[in-house]
Write a protein that binds this ligand. Structure first.
Ligand code: SF4
Length: 319
């Protein structure tokens, strides 16, 4: 099937005191109908900026999409006005953020917060919105939803708050859900429950999910495809099975070596060094100072993202 979302050569730049940086640099990705695409990388790799760019939520100034397209059903979202984009947000594309406590308003009951979205996008009255809020809480597995709608966010546990955020994001049945590190603030058991919930709901609604995470281990259970980002660029994208079986890019290999694998007792090896500052990128391949397979060409010329057997990789070892 044709992708529901196509990100084409997207560049998002920020003005900083030290100069202009490209937080996302010429990124191209497709999200298929019904697919769960994971975007993986260390903090500062551009994955959150990429998702905020798709949602039209880049603060301008200092940020701006300076090139490329975000095609949702062939409509370029980059060209929409803020007013037009507001109609798309929540309705067609929705986002779950990392820390529910900062995204939920502490002074409003959760039922009212979910209801507000419905009144805004679906024109429901107060009573209809309250009913729909109860249904939404039921859908995300919150017990006693009739009682819970009168709770304030601080009266709920972290896991429950994240479920409320998911209910809020899904209440208008969007076609695409973007979840940015939705489980980082939660403990491990709750993490896997939330991921399973996201995946179940995506299937139930026949939607598509874009999962942003720094943890490649997290995505193994739910993602169909993985795109790995490094220093603002996509460096590899492939199916989850290809990525785990035979990662092509040395950075992806490094990420995998630092993930605990089931039944595998070998020691974990973190990738040495740090992500480069975007104002001070190394010449050639951006990963070369940390790459144990780097050779002369890597230090001189930047590799392009190339298609290889239905996968994409940006590395001189695969040209
Ligand atoms: Fe390593 Fe060279 Fe490939 Fe970059 S291009 S990842 S430095 S081998």
């Amino acid at each position: 099937t044709a992708p529901i979302l196509k990100i084409k050569n997207l560049t998002t730049s920020f003005a900083t005191p030290g100069g202009i940086i490209k937080a996302v640099d010429n990124a191209s990705l497709d999200l298929g109908q019904g697919e769960t695409l994971a975007i993986v990388g260390e903090s500062g790799c551009g994955k959150t900026v990429l998702s905020l760019s798709v949602m039209g939520l880049i603060p301008d100034p200092p940020g701006r999409i300076t090139a490329g397209q975000v095609l949702y059903r062939d409509q370029d979202l980059v060209q929409l006005s803020e007013q037009e984009m507001q109609k798309v947000r929540g309705n067609k594309l929705s986002m779950v953020f990392q820390e529910p406590m900062t995204s939920l308003n502490p002074v409003f009951k959760i039922g009212d917060q979910i209801g507000e979205t419905l009144r805004l996008h679906k024109g429901m009255d107060k009573h209809q919105a309250a009913e729909a809020a109860v249904e939404a809480l039921k859908l995300v597995g919150i017990p006693n939803p009739h009682k819970r709608i009168s709770n304030f966010p601080h009266e709920l546990s972290g896991g429950m708050r994240q479920r409320v955020m998911i209910a809020m994001a899904l209440v208008c049945s969007p076609e695409i859900l973007i979840a940015d590190e939705p489980t980082t603030a939660l403990d491990v058991t709750i993490q896997s429950q939330i991921l399973r919930l996201l995946d179940d709901l995506k299937n139930k609604m026949n939607g598509s999910l874009m999962l942003i995470t720094h943890d490649l281990g997290v995505v193994a259970r739910v993602a169909t495809r993985v795109a790995v980002m490094y220093a603002g660029q996509v460096v590899e994208s492939a199916s989850i099975s290809d990525t785990f079986k035979e990662p092509l890019h040395p950075y992806t290999q490094g990420l995998l070596n630092s993930v605990p694998r089931l039944g595998c007792r070998t020691a974990l090896t973190p990738i040495p060094g740090n992500v480069p500052a975007l104002l001070d990128l190394p010449k050639g391949c951006r990963f070369h100072p940390r790459c144990d397979r780097a050779f002369d060409l890597c230090r001189e010329q930047e590799p392009q993202l190339l298609n290889k057997d239905g996968r994409q990789v940006r590395c001189w070892l695969h040209t």
